[in-house]
Design a protein around this ligand. Structure first.
Ligand code: ADE
Length: 306
Protein backbone atom coordinates (compact mmCIF):
# COMPACT_ATOMS: atom_id res chain seq x y z
CA UNK A 1 0.00 0.00 0.00
CA UNK A 2 0.99 3.59 -0.61
CA UNK A 3 2.59 5.69 2.11
CA UNK A 4 -0.04 8.25 3.09
CA UNK A 5 1.83 9.58 6.15
CA UNK A 6 2.55 13.27 6.59
CA UNK A 7 6.26 12.54 6.07
CA UNK A 8 5.47 11.35 2.59
CA UNK A 9 3.48 14.54 1.89
CA UNK A 10 6.63 16.54 2.52
CA UNK A 11 8.69 14.31 0.22
CA UNK A 12 6.15 14.82 -2.59
CA UNK A 13 5.95 18.58 -2.00
CA UNK A 14 9.73 18.92 -2.05
CA UNK A 15 9.92 16.94 -5.29
CA UNK A 16 7.30 19.16 -6.96
CA UNK A 17 8.69 22.46 -5.67
CA UNK A 18 12.18 21.59 -6.84
CA UNK A 19 10.84 21.21 -10.39
CA UNK A 20 8.30 24.04 -10.58
CA UNK A 21 9.00 27.63 -11.61
CA UNK A 22 8.22 29.96 -8.72
CA UNK A 23 5.13 31.42 -10.50
CA UNK A 24 3.50 27.98 -10.57
CA UNK A 25 4.62 26.66 -7.21
CA UNK A 26 1.58 28.07 -5.39
CA UNK A 27 -1.47 27.33 -7.55
CA UNK A 28 -4.70 29.04 -6.45
CA UNK A 29 -7.07 26.57 -8.08
CA UNK A 30 -6.95 22.77 -8.30
CA UNK A 31 -9.08 20.93 -10.83
CA UNK A 32 -9.87 17.24 -10.79
CA UNK A 33 -10.51 16.37 -14.42
CA UNK A 34 -13.14 13.63 -14.49
CA UNK A 35 -13.89 11.46 -17.54
CA UNK A 36 -13.51 13.53 -20.68
CA UNK A 37 -12.16 16.70 -19.08
CA UNK A 38 -8.48 15.83 -19.54
CA UNK A 39 -8.36 18.05 -22.64
CA UNK A 40 -8.59 21.07 -20.35
CA UNK A 41 -4.83 20.98 -19.90
CA UNK A 42 -4.38 21.55 -23.66
CA UNK A 43 -6.03 24.95 -23.19
CA UNK A 44 -3.42 26.08 -20.65
CA UNK A 45 -1.94 29.41 -21.73
CA UNK A 46 1.82 29.07 -22.18
CA UNK A 47 2.65 32.67 -23.12
CA UNK A 48 3.79 33.57 -19.62
CA UNK A 49 5.18 30.22 -18.60
CA UNK A 50 5.26 26.67 -19.99
CA UNK A 51 3.06 24.11 -18.28
CA UNK A 52 4.79 21.52 -16.13
CA UNK A 53 3.63 17.90 -16.09
CA UNK A 54 4.32 15.11 -13.61
CA UNK A 55 3.38 11.51 -14.25
CA UNK A 56 1.69 10.05 -11.17
CA UNK A 57 4.19 7.21 -11.00
CA UNK A 58 7.05 9.71 -10.72
CA UNK A 59 5.63 11.61 -7.75
CA UNK A 60 4.49 8.84 -5.46
CA UNK A 61 0.81 9.12 -6.37
CA UNK A 62 -1.28 6.01 -6.80
CA UNK A 63 -1.75 5.09 -10.46
CA UNK A 64 -5.14 5.16 -12.09
CA UNK A 65 -6.32 1.94 -13.69
CA UNK A 66 -9.53 3.05 -15.41
CA UNK A 67 -9.75 3.26 -19.16
CA UNK A 68 -10.24 6.89 -20.18
CA UNK A 69 -8.33 8.20 -17.14
CA UNK A 70 -4.65 8.99 -17.82
CA UNK A 71 -2.47 9.79 -14.86
CA UNK A 72 -0.66 13.11 -14.57
CA UNK A 73 -0.54 16.32 -12.60
CA UNK A 74 -0.30 19.44 -14.76
CA UNK A 75 0.63 22.92 -13.52
CA UNK A 76 -0.05 25.98 -15.66
CA UNK A 77 -1.86 29.28 -16.12
CA UNK A 78 -5.51 28.96 -17.08
CA UNK A 79 -7.83 31.56 -18.57
CA UNK A 80 -7.47 35.08 -19.94
CA UNK A 81 -6.34 36.35 -16.55
CA UNK A 82 -3.69 33.64 -16.11
CA UNK A 83 -4.84 31.92 -12.94
CA UNK A 84 -2.15 29.60 -11.54
CA UNK A 85 -3.78 26.17 -11.60
CA UNK A 86 -2.98 22.53 -10.98
CA UNK A 87 -4.97 19.89 -12.87
CA UNK A 88 -5.29 16.24 -11.97
CA UNK A 89 -5.71 14.38 -15.22
CA UNK A 90 -7.08 11.10 -13.97
CA UNK A 91 -8.21 10.47 -10.41
CA UNK A 92 -8.21 7.50 -8.07
CA UNK A 93 -11.35 5.63 -7.23
CA UNK A 94 -12.30 3.61 -4.20
CA UNK A 95 -13.47 0.79 -6.49
CA UNK A 96 -9.98 0.39 -7.96
CA UNK A 97 -8.91 -0.90 -4.57
CA UNK A 98 -7.28 2.28 -3.30
CA UNK A 99 -8.18 3.14 0.25
CA UNK A 100 -9.74 6.55 0.82
CA UNK A 101 -6.48 7.98 2.19
CA UNK A 102 -4.81 7.12 -1.12
CA UNK A 103 -7.76 8.48 -3.10
CA UNK A 104 -7.46 11.82 -1.30
CA UNK A 105 -3.66 12.11 -1.05
CA UNK A 106 -3.56 14.69 -3.88
CA UNK A 107 -5.91 16.99 -1.96
CA UNK A 108 -3.51 17.11 1.00
CA UNK A 109 -0.72 17.93 -1.44
CA UNK A 110 -2.85 20.71 -2.96
CA UNK A 111 -3.44 22.18 0.49
CA UNK A 112 0.27 22.17 1.25
CA UNK A 113 0.94 23.88 -2.10
CA UNK A 114 -1.45 26.67 -1.11
CA UNK A 115 -4.53 25.80 -3.18
CA UNK A 116 -7.62 27.81 -2.14
CA UNK A 117 -10.28 26.42 -4.49
CA UNK A 118 -11.00 22.89 -5.67
CA UNK A 119 -13.12 22.21 -8.75
CA UNK A 120 -14.05 18.52 -8.67
CA UNK A 121 -15.55 17.29 -11.93
CA UNK A 122 -16.95 13.88 -12.71
CA UNK A 123 -19.45 11.87 -14.68
CA UNK A 124 -22.69 10.89 -12.97
CA UNK A 125 -25.97 9.14 -13.63
CA UNK A 126 -29.18 11.12 -13.19
CA UNK A 127 -31.76 9.93 -10.66
CA UNK A 128 -33.82 13.10 -11.04
CA UNK A 129 -36.23 12.70 -13.95
CA UNK A 130 -36.10 16.44 -14.71
CA UNK A 131 -32.45 16.06 -15.67
CA UNK A 132 -31.18 15.11 -19.13
CA UNK A 133 -28.04 13.53 -20.51
CA UNK A 134 -25.62 16.41 -21.19
CA UNK A 135 -26.82 18.50 -18.23
CA UNK A 136 -24.17 19.65 -15.80
CA UNK A 137 -25.03 19.01 -12.18
CA UNK A 138 -23.78 21.81 -9.92
CA UNK A 139 -23.48 20.03 -6.60
CA UNK A 140 -25.18 21.57 -3.59
CA UNK A 141 -24.74 18.67 -1.16
CA UNK A 142 -23.90 14.99 -1.03
CA UNK A 143 -24.98 11.72 0.51
CA UNK A 144 -22.03 9.44 1.13
CA UNK A 145 -23.33 5.89 1.34
CA UNK A 146 -19.87 4.44 2.18
CA UNK A 147 -19.32 7.30 4.64
CA UNK A 148 -22.48 6.59 6.57
CA UNK A 149 -21.21 3.10 7.37
CA UNK A 150 -17.62 4.00 8.28
CA UNK A 151 -15.77 4.59 5.04
CA UNK A 152 -14.66 8.16 5.49
CA UNK A 153 -11.27 9.45 4.28
CA UNK A 154 -10.77 11.18 7.67
CA UNK A 155 -11.13 7.90 9.57
CA UNK A 156 -8.19 7.29 11.93
CA UNK A 157 -5.96 9.74 13.78
CA UNK A 158 -6.77 13.33 12.90
CA UNK A 159 -4.12 15.37 11.10
CA UNK A 160 -4.55 18.48 13.26
CA UNK A 161 -2.40 20.68 11.07
CA UNK A 162 -4.94 20.23 8.24
CA UNK A 163 -8.16 20.65 10.19
CA UNK A 164 -10.37 19.67 13.13
CA UNK A 165 -11.29 16.19 14.32
CA UNK A 166 -14.98 16.72 13.60
CA UNK A 167 -15.22 18.99 10.58
CA UNK A 168 -18.68 20.20 9.57
CA UNK A 169 -19.89 19.28 6.09
CA UNK A 170 -22.83 21.68 6.14
CA UNK A 171 -22.37 23.98 3.16
CA UNK A 172 -19.47 21.92 1.83
CA UNK A 173 -20.31 23.13 -1.68
CA UNK A 174 -19.44 26.82 -1.76
CA UNK A 175 -22.33 29.16 -2.57
CA UNK A 176 -20.16 31.84 -4.25
CA UNK A 177 -18.56 29.25 -6.51
CA UNK A 178 -21.98 27.91 -7.49
CA UNK A 179 -23.04 31.44 -8.41
CA UNK A 180 -19.92 31.67 -10.60
CA UNK A 181 -20.87 28.41 -12.34
CA UNK A 182 -24.24 29.87 -13.34
CA UNK A 183 -22.63 33.17 -14.42
CA UNK A 184 -20.11 31.27 -16.56
CA UNK A 185 -22.88 29.19 -18.12
CA UNK A 186 -24.87 32.26 -19.11
CA UNK A 187 -21.82 34.09 -20.45
CA UNK A 188 -21.14 31.04 -22.65
CA UNK A 189 -24.78 30.94 -23.80
CA UNK A 190 -25.26 27.40 -22.55
CA UNK A 191 -29.01 27.91 -22.55
CA UNK A 192 -31.34 27.87 -19.60
CA UNK A 193 -31.59 24.68 -17.61
CA UNK A 194 -28.35 23.06 -18.80
CA UNK A 195 -26.88 23.54 -15.34
CA UNK A 196 -28.89 21.87 -12.60
CA UNK A 197 -28.29 22.17 -8.87
CA UNK A 198 -28.08 18.67 -7.51
CA UNK A 199 -27.45 16.40 -4.55
CA UNK A 200 -24.74 13.81 -5.35
CA UNK A 201 -24.97 10.28 -3.98
CA UNK A 202 -21.58 8.64 -3.60
CA UNK A 203 -21.62 4.88 -4.09
CA UNK A 204 -18.62 2.56 -3.90
CA UNK A 205 -19.09 0.89 -7.32
CA UNK A 206 -17.80 -0.59 -9.54
CA UNK A 207 -21.10 -2.29 -10.30
CA UNK A 208 -23.75 0.22 -11.23
CA UNK A 209 -26.76 0.59 -8.97
CA UNK A 210 -29.71 -1.78 -9.28
CA UNK A 211 -33.11 -0.33 -10.03
CA UNK A 212 -34.20 -0.81 -6.42
CA UNK A 213 -31.01 0.91 -5.21
CA UNK A 214 -31.63 3.73 -7.65
CA UNK A 215 -35.20 4.19 -6.32
CA UNK A 216 -33.80 4.18 -2.79
CA UNK A 217 -31.25 6.87 -3.66
CA UNK A 218 -33.95 8.95 -5.35
CA UNK A 219 -36.24 8.53 -2.34
CA UNK A 220 -33.63 9.76 0.10
CA UNK A 221 -33.11 12.89 -1.97
CA UNK A 222 -30.34 12.13 -4.46
CA UNK A 223 -30.40 13.82 -7.87
CA UNK A 224 -27.29 12.21 -9.34
CA UNK A 225 -25.19 9.16 -8.48
CA UNK A 226 -21.50 8.54 -9.00
CA UNK A 227 -18.41 6.73 -7.77
CA UNK A 228 -16.08 9.64 -7.00
CA UNK A 229 -15.98 13.30 -5.84
CA UNK A 230 -17.09 12.90 -2.23
CA UNK A 231 -13.88 11.60 -0.59
CA UNK A 232 -11.91 14.43 -2.21
CA UNK A 233 -14.52 17.00 -1.16
CA UNK A 234 -14.44 15.82 2.47
CA UNK A 235 -10.66 16.09 2.68
CA UNK A 236 -10.68 19.48 0.93
CA UNK A 237 -13.29 20.85 3.33
CA UNK A 238 -11.42 19.42 6.32
CA UNK A 239 -8.56 21.79 5.50
CA UNK A 240 -10.71 24.75 4.49
CA UNK A 241 -10.34 24.54 0.69
CA UNK A 242 -13.44 25.98 -1.02
CA UNK A 243 -15.17 23.44 -3.24
CA UNK A 244 -17.15 23.44 -6.47
CA UNK A 245 -18.53 20.07 -7.65
CA UNK A 246 -19.56 19.69 -11.29
CA UNK A 247 -20.90 16.39 -12.63
CA UNK A 248 -21.70 15.82 -16.26
CA UNK A 249 -24.89 13.75 -16.56
CA UNK A 250 -23.79 10.89 -18.81
CA UNK A 251 -26.79 8.60 -18.43
CA UNK A 252 -30.30 8.44 -17.02
CA UNK A 253 -30.57 5.84 -14.27
CA UNK A 254 -33.32 3.22 -14.60
CA UNK A 255 -35.83 3.73 -11.80
CA UNK A 256 -38.73 1.55 -12.90
CA UNK A 257 -39.61 -1.82 -11.46
CA UNK A 258 -39.23 -3.62 -14.78
CA UNK A 259 -41.22 -6.45 -16.22
CA UNK A 260 -43.12 -8.76 -13.89
CA UNK A 261 -43.17 -12.49 -14.54
CA UNK A 262 -46.30 -12.87 -12.42
CA UNK A 263 -49.36 -13.19 -14.72
CA UNK A 264 -51.51 -11.69 -11.93
CA UNK A 265 -49.35 -8.59 -11.60
CA UNK A 266 -51.16 -5.42 -12.66
CA UNK A 267 -48.06 -3.67 -13.98
CA UNK A 268 -45.83 -5.32 -16.52
CA UNK A 269 -43.51 -4.32 -19.31
CA UNK A 270 -42.67 -0.83 -18.02
CA UNK A 271 -40.62 1.12 -20.59
CA UNK A 272 -37.48 2.40 -19.02
CA UNK A 273 -33.86 3.39 -19.41
CA UNK A 274 -31.33 0.85 -20.70
CA UNK A 275 -28.66 -0.34 -18.26
CA UNK A 276 -25.73 2.07 -17.89
CA UNK A 277 -22.42 1.24 -19.51
CA UNK A 278 -18.93 2.69 -19.26
CA UNK A 279 -18.98 3.20 -23.06
CA UNK A 280 -22.07 5.37 -22.75
CA UNK A 281 -20.44 7.38 -19.96
CA UNK A 282 -17.30 7.94 -22.06
CA UNK A 283 -19.32 8.77 -25.20
CA UNK A 284 -21.34 11.49 -23.47
CA UNK A 285 -18.16 12.81 -21.81
CA UNK A 286 -16.48 13.05 -25.22
CA UNK A 287 -19.49 14.77 -26.79
CA UNK A 288 -19.66 17.38 -24.08
CA UNK A 289 -15.91 17.73 -23.47
CA UNK A 290 -15.53 21.14 -25.11
CA UNK A 291 -18.50 22.63 -23.28
CA UNK A 292 -17.23 21.29 -19.96
CA UNK A 293 -13.74 22.64 -20.68
CA UNK A 294 -15.10 26.09 -21.54
CA UNK A 295 -17.33 26.09 -18.49
CA UNK A 296 -14.51 25.18 -16.12
CA UNK A 297 -12.09 27.63 -17.73
CA UNK A 298 -14.60 30.49 -17.48
CA UNK A 299 -15.30 29.64 -13.84
CA UNK A 300 -11.56 29.67 -13.12
CA UNK A 301 -11.31 33.12 -14.73
CA UNK A 302 -14.19 34.35 -12.57
CA UNK A 303 -12.67 33.03 -9.32
CA UNK A 304 -10.67 36.26 -9.26
CA UNK A 305 -13.93 38.05 -8.34
CA UNK A 306 -14.60 36.13 -5.12
N1 ADE B 1 -21.15 7.35 -13.26
C1 ADE B 1 -21.80 7.60 -14.40
N2 ADE B 1 -23.00 7.05 -14.38
C2 ADE B 1 -23.13 6.42 -13.19
C3 ADE B 1 -24.14 5.66 -12.59
N3 ADE B 1 -25.28 5.43 -13.20
N4 ADE B 1 -23.92 5.17 -11.36
C4 ADE B 1 -22.77 5.41 -10.74
N5 ADE B 1 -21.77 6.10 -11.27
C5 ADE B 1 -21.94 6.61 -12.48
Amino acid sequence: PLNTDSVNFITIINYLRARLPIELSQPRVAIICGSGLGGLVDTIDETKCKKVEFKYEDIGFPTSTVQGHAGKLVFGFLGKNQVPTVCMVGRFHFYEGHNLKEVTLPIRIFKLLGVKILIATSAAGALNKDFQVGNVAVLTDHISLPGLVGNNPLFGPNLDKFGPRFPPMTDAYDYDLRVLAFKASSSLNFGEGVLKEAIYCFVGGPSYETKAEARFLRMVGGDVVGMSVVPEVIVARHSGIRVLGLSLVTNMVALGKGKSADPLARESGVIEEPPPSHEEVLKTSRNRALEMQNLVKTIVELTETI
